[in-house]
Structures are given as structure tokens and as C-alpha cells.
Design a protein. Structure first.
Length: 417
């Protein structure tokens, strides 16, 4: 038995045998032993282009030098800090974020993980409006904690009931749906501009405008969750810019720490922040906005501003999408459709089993990608926003190698290893 086999057996015994079986089905039954820019490495030194990227955490690639160096400097100067106290690091990070994020949302409430950040937005919305109802579109995926879980579309929601009272999932397919779902009792509507886990489903520009107007009319807070779309993923600094929105509440994901240190949070307008001023420290997070995390976040923000990776995301996304269009066949086997924007792309494979086979074939070709969590028949591509032309060429070669086009025939799966 190899050392790798022993580690996997220990994982199956002590963590999750079911998860290990799932990894094996996807061709992901290797030990992640390193990372280099856009790639992860297994225990044998094999490189995989990372198209999962920690669900959008590694926007700047794996171990970006400027950010890891900032972590090293921070370790010599500070630590977690006392979370109720003011520090230079917290103040500097909050100020930088307020300038970086377009629109009136400029008051920061730090957290550690996505679900916690979204939960804090729900708490602020309920407290500010003195209303209870929370609404999210069908197909959303916000995280694993209380409010986030209750508002996510997942097959196992019933296993965790009773869920948060007043949290509802609604269809937003038409203007009438918006009017029906958002009422005078609604505290907040929580929405992802592109539902990464649901084949990148998105409201139309007109419907998003109507939703924002309905929220203003009823006094509901429109909360935009940019966890998987923010910091340039869709070709704009933030995806809500595609819709010309200026939201008062924005949830920021772990890409804030570039995958080097856990930090995220939610931003609120001065108007909404009045509730937090009236109830200081009503939402606490022991490690949220730690001094060390804020050092890392500032370094990551400097890199985002220096590199403007949303420009590369647009350019590389157009190139990948053009190649995928050549191998897409809505009526045949293989890729049925492609959705998304920038370097957030979703491929519909028709059924969940085909999506698993597709991921296994990609892994054999040196690409690491995973199926969508809501639309399980899809495979989501979200490589680092800093990928070079050579990385994009490798990805295109792998994708078009998995989907073979025979002259006069429909696309079909290439046999796996």
C-alpha cells in the first residue's frame, strides 16, 4: 500500500467514506500537495489547471507572491488582535474596501466565511427594516450556515429543518413574480448576479431593474452576493455593474483574502449602517477582520487594483467561449449549452452522470473542475483571473479533447483513462 492509499483510507475512515467515493468518481482521488499560480499539484508532482479555484477564492491564482509576502510580514508584526478593538490594520482594510467597491456600500462588517457574511447581512436587514421575511430566487446557493442554508436551493434542505422562519425561495421569472414575492413585509431580497452553481442563471437586465425598483418601493433591502462573482470574475470589478446597480448591501467572499488567509464580509451603506450604530457589536466574529487577515486583504486589494484582472477575465473568457461554441450541440451528447460571463462559465452536459464523466475526463487531461451544486448536470469553469494565454490554450485543448467532433456526427465523449 502506498502512502497516498493510506491517507485516503484514513480520510474515508475518519472523515467521510462517501466523499472519498465521490472524489474517485470525479477522478479527483489524489492528494493536493502544492500549488503554483493557476495550477494545483498532486503528490506525484503532476500539475492540474485549477478551474475550481476554491469556488472562486483563488482569483489571483494560487499563492500570489505579493499576498503571501504580506502574510509573512504580518506574522512578524501582528496576530489576530482583539476583535472588539480598533487597530491600524482593521481601519486601513475597511477604508480600502470602501474605496474599492463601487456604490454607496462602504461600511464594513468583517467575517471569515461566506455563509457568515450573508447571515450578517440578513441580520442587519431585519434589524434596520424591523421586518422578518427574507426572499431569494430559486437556484441560489449562499453557503452552509443558518440564513444562508435556509435561502439556498438544495435537495437536502429538509434534513436540517426547521429552517429559519420567514426565509423563502421564490421564482423570479417575470415582473409579476417580483411584485408577488417582494411585499411590504419583506426585509431583504438576496441575490447572486450569476448563480454559479445553477448554470450561471441570471435575471435579465430589465428584471433586475424592476427588482431594485420594487425593493425601493416596499423598503426591502436588496443584498447582492458577490462571493463567486466579485473581484473581477465576470469581466467587471463586481457583477452587479453589468446591471448598472448601486446596491446598499454587498456580500464579499473569500477572494478578499486571495486564498491566503480567511477573511470576507459584508458592506453596507451609511443609511443601513445606522442600525449597527444604534446596536454596536450586535454581530461579532472572533476571527472576522483579524489584524492579520486585514494585512492580507490590503495586499490582495493592491494586487486587484494593479492587475485589473477583470480585463484579462473578459479577454480569456471570450476566447474560451468561442472555442466552446464550436463543440456545443443542443440536441446531441456532450455540451448542450454554455452560460456565464468572463471566467465564470458553466457547461450543461445534459445529466449529472455525464457531468461526472466530463470532470473525470478533464482530470485525466490535467484540468481540475467540479459539477454545479444546484444544477448537477453542469460543470463550472472558474480558473484564476490571472491565467496566461498558454493556460487558456491548455484548457481549450482539454475541453475540445474531451468533446470529440467526428465529421458529420454529433459531439461525443472521449473515453476516459
Amino acid at each position: 500500500m502506498s502512502a497516498t492509499d493510506g491517507l485516503q483510507d484514513d480520510y474515508g475512515c475518519l472523515v467521510s467514506e462517501a466523499h472519498l467515493r465521490g472524489l474517485r468518481a470525479l477522478g479527483h482521488d489524489f492528494i493536493e500537495a502544492g500549488a503554483d499560480r493557476a495550477y494545483l499539484l498532486d503528490e506525484n508532482g503532476r500539475r492540474y489547471l485549477d478551474c475550481y479555484s476554491g469556488a472562486g477564492t483563488f482569483n489571483l491564482g494560487r499563492r500570489p507572491q505579493a499576498v503571501t509576502e504580506a502574510l509573512g510580514r504580518g506574522l512578524r508584526l501582528t496576530d489576530q488582535g482583539n476583535f472588539p478593538m480598533i487597530s491600524i490594520e482593521k481601519a486601513r482594510a475597511a477604508e480600502r474596501l470602501g474605496r474599492f467597491v463601487p456604490g454607496p456600500a462602504e461600511c464594513m462588517l468583517f467575517g471569515v466565511v461566506r455563509g457568515e457574511a450573508l447571515d450578517s447581512a440578513c441580520k442587519v436587514a431585519r434589524g434596520f427594516t424591523n421586518k422578518r421575511d427574507l426572499v431569494a430566487p430559486a437556484g441560489s446557493w449562499f453557503g452552509e450556515t443558518g440564513f444562508a442554508l435556509s435561502l439556498s436551493t438544495r435537495a437536502d434542505r429538509g434534513d436540517f429543518g426547521p429552517l429559519v422562519p420567514g426565509a423563502r425561495i421564490e421564482s423570479f421569472a417575470s415582473h409579476d413574480d417580483v411584485v408577488r414575492a417582494v411585499t411590504d413585509d419583506t426585509a431583504a431580497v438576496l441575490i447572486e448576479p450569476f448563480q454559479a452553481e445553477n448554470h450561471c442563471a441570471s435575471l435579465s437586465r430589465n428584471l433586475m431593474t424592476a427588482l431594485a425598483a420594487r425593493c425601493r418601493e416596499t423598503g426591502a433591502v436588496l443584498v447582492i452576493d458577490e462571493t463567486q462573482t466579485g473581484f473581477g470574475r465576470t469581466g467587471r470589478r463586481f457583477a452587479y455593474e453589468h446591471f448598472d446597480l448601486l446596491p446598499e448591501a454587498v456580500v464579499l467572499g473569500e477572494a478578499l483574502g486571495a486564498g491566503v488567509f480567511p477573511i470576507c464580509g459584508a458592506l453596507f451603506s451609511q443609511r443601513l449602517n445606522a442600525f449597527l450604530n444604534a446596536h454596536p457589536l450586535i454581530h461579532l466574529s472572533t476571527f472576522g477582520g483579524s489584524d492579520l487577515g486585514c494585512v492580507v486583504a490590503c495586499a490582495a486589494l493592491e494586487e486587484y487594483e494593479r492587475l485589473a484582472p477583470w480585463e484579462n477575465a473578459t479577454r480569456q473568457g471570450v476566447k474560451i467561449r468561442a472555442a466552446l461554441d464550436q463543440v456545443t450541440d443542443p440536441s446531441g451528447r456532450g455540451i448542450r449549452s454554455v452560460a456565464g460571463a468572463g471566467l465564470l462559465l458553466s457547461l450543461d452536459l445534459g445529466d449529472p452522470a455525464s457531468a461526472v464523466v466530463f470532470c473525470r475526463s478533464l482530470a485525466a487531461a490535467g484540468v481540475f473542475a467540479k459539477p454545479g451544486k444546484v444544477a448537477k448536470q453542469t460543470v463550472v469553469l472558474r480558473p484564476a483571473l490571472t491565467i496566461a494565454d498558454a493556460d487558456t490554450d491548455l484548457l481549450i485543448s482539454a475541453l475540445t479533447g474531451v468533446v470529440r467532433i467526428d465529421r458529420g456526427a454529433s459531439p461525443s465523449m472521449v473515453p476516459t483513462r
